[in-house]
Design a protein around this ligand. Structure first.
Ligand code: HEM
Length: 498
């Protein structure tokens, strides 16, 4: 009994301590934001949002409507400025980028997981980014095209075989498997048919990460990770939280890296890479050679070629794609008969309406918010003096992209799907549309992602007529999993075109 009372007393003391600590921190943050002349808003933490089943992007959108385009709050234990004003976003993302290079700090005590491009900081980020960026250049993607064509063949075969059973399909599941196949193909050179290989460990692990509502345990762990990073990593190890996932991907990647490093010891094997990991390893091997020979280093010449309504939309999209394929076939010498093999990176960019449909989809459903962290105190001011923002070192700037894309000044009638907004010379502020982020730290794989989406849409729409059916959720349903916007099933009827 005394033992039990002791435990209760200890729990009460710990909770009181956490409460007191939080109260003091809140008060300090309130004072801090007041000194910056930024309105401070107390928001419930993520746990409360999850409990109420409020989707984060909708919650953030409501907050922006209520408190305006700039306000301060505490998010994941850090003072965070919510920013929806394109003029100020422009300053942070481009002109003052050197003072906003990093994202929210997340300490990961692991040599591999702590070196993710998306989380590393400062000089380390610069170094890794300069190696990764050229791997996504048009030239490198062209080299990978045969592998990308393979994944399209798998996608089409999956539609074909599933449609034999019934005309209604969960296209989210099939396109999701295609995305996974493409990434595995590109990243590791592994040919996988995720839809059929349901027991494939990579597929199971990736699904575990993205295709669920977030659990309370994961949310709690996430919060702890930001509040007490070192302690939470120890707890995760002790209780085996996510350790299967971490262990699997680490071993899987290390095995491929070991094999390829061995092969690259023989210089005859250089230049044969046709997947991302091999190209990175070649880049590493190249780098080692270069370091050994300073003269060669001067001559290093890195490749730098980076560089109305639904019925109407569907009709116009198909018309454009059909005309495109007819033209490609006319222009070809007749030896290639598969229309999708005739497609090239260059020819695809001519599909103006398809581009507009993709842009408008990413405007209404941007998958992620964008963040930067200030590396010093500074006063940001637009040239005409119309906007100012006083930031302190370590303030996180959080751009709720879902809310930003609904700014009526640039996107009138924002909830309506209107691809025409992106045709001709659209008149929106460049920093009011950020599906891939912007500036030197934007999405490194933007060109691959867009290529993948276009390939899939062109091939699907060319072969099938898609329509809503009884099982289609209108509006669409989404997982409630924090900051990433991920739809649940999307069932559509698919009829083969004659
Ligand atoms: C439609 C698909 C995609 C969208 C909308 C998207 C969006 C984004 C956004 C918003 C960011 C943050 C940018 C910023 O902070 O300015 C980002 C970063 C990033 N994305 Fe993507 N992404 C997509 C696909 C991909 C794919 C397929 C990959 C990998 C194969 C990828 C790899 C990355 C990486 C590594 C970063 C971090 C870059 C850095 O910190 O330097 N993304 N993405």
């Amino acid at each position: 009994m005394v033992y039990f009372q002791g435990i209760i007393a200890a729990i009460v003391i710990i909770l009181a301590f956490i409460y007191y600590r939080k109260k003091r921190k809140d008060e300090n943050i309130r004072k801090k934001f007041a000194s910056q002349q930024i309105q401070y808003v107390v928001t419930p933490n993520f746990l409360v949002q999850v409990a109420k089943e409020v989707r984060t992007e909708l919650y953030e959108y409501d907050q922006v409507q209520k408190y305006g385009k700039v306000y301060g709050t505490v998010l994941l234990s850090s003072p965070t400025i919510f920013l929806c004003e394109p003029e100020l976003i422009q300053l942070i993302m481009s002109k003052e980028f050197t003072n906003f290079t990093n994202r929210r700090r997340i300490e990961i005590d692991d040599p591999i997981f702590g070196s993710f491009l998306s989380t590393v900081e400062g000089e380390k980020w610069k170094r890794i980014r300069s190696v990764v960026t050229p791997q996504f250049s048009t030239g490198k993607l062209k080299r990978m095209k045969p592998r990308l064509d393979d994944t399209i063949d798998t996608l089409m075969a999956n539609f074909e075989s599933n449609l034999k059973e019934k005309p209604e399909l969960d296209v989210k599941e099939i396109f999701g498997a295609y995305t996974m196949d493409t990434i595995l193909q590109i990243a590791f050179g592994s040919k996988v048919d995720s839809l059929k290989d349901t027991n494939n460990k990579i597929v199971l692990m990736a699904k575990k990460l993205f295709q669920t509502d977030i659990s309370y345990a994961a949310m709690l762990f996430f919060l702890l990770l930001f509040m007490f990073p070192k302690l939470s990593i120890k707890i995760a190890r002790l209780f085996n939280i996510n350790q299967d996932f971490i262990k699997f991907f680490k071993e899987f990647s290390m095995e491929i890296i070991r094999k390829k490093r061995d092969e690259l010891k023989d210089s005859k094997n250089m230049g044969k890479a046709n997947n991302f990991l091999e190209m990175m390893l070649e880049a590493e091997a190249e780098h080692e050679q270069i370091q050994a020979n300073e003269k060669e280093m001067k001559n290093e010449n890195m490749e730098n070629d980076q560089n109305k309504n639904t019925k109407f939309t569907k009709y116009r999209l198909y018309e454009e794609i059909e005309a495109y394929f007819n033209r490609l076939q006319l222009e070809s010498d007749g030896t290639e008969t598969d229309p999708s093999k005739l497609m090239t990176f260059e020819s695809m960019s001519q599909l103006e309406y398809l581009n507009a449909v993709i842009n408008e989809t990413l405007r209404i459903y941007p998958p992620a918010p964008v963040e930067r962290m200030a590396s010093k105190d500074m006063l940001l001011k637009t040239e005409d003096g119309s906007h100012r923002l006083n930031v302190k070192k370590d303030d996180v700037i959080h751009i709720p992209v879902y809310a930003l894309h609904r700014d009526e000044r640039y996107f009138p009638d924002p909830e309506t799907f209107k691809p025409e907004r992106f045709i001709g010379n659209p008149e929106y502020h460049k920093y009011a549309y950020l599906p891939f982020g912007t500036g030197p730290r934007n999405c490194v794989a933007k060109s691959l992602a867009l290529y993948e989406v276009k390939m899939a849409l062109i091939n699907t729409i060319y072969r099938y007529r898609l329509s809503v059916c009884e099982q289609t959720h209108i509006p669409m349903k989404f997982f409630n999993n924090g900051q990433i916007l991920s739809p649940k099933d999307v069932v559509l009827r698919m009829d083969k075109r004659q």
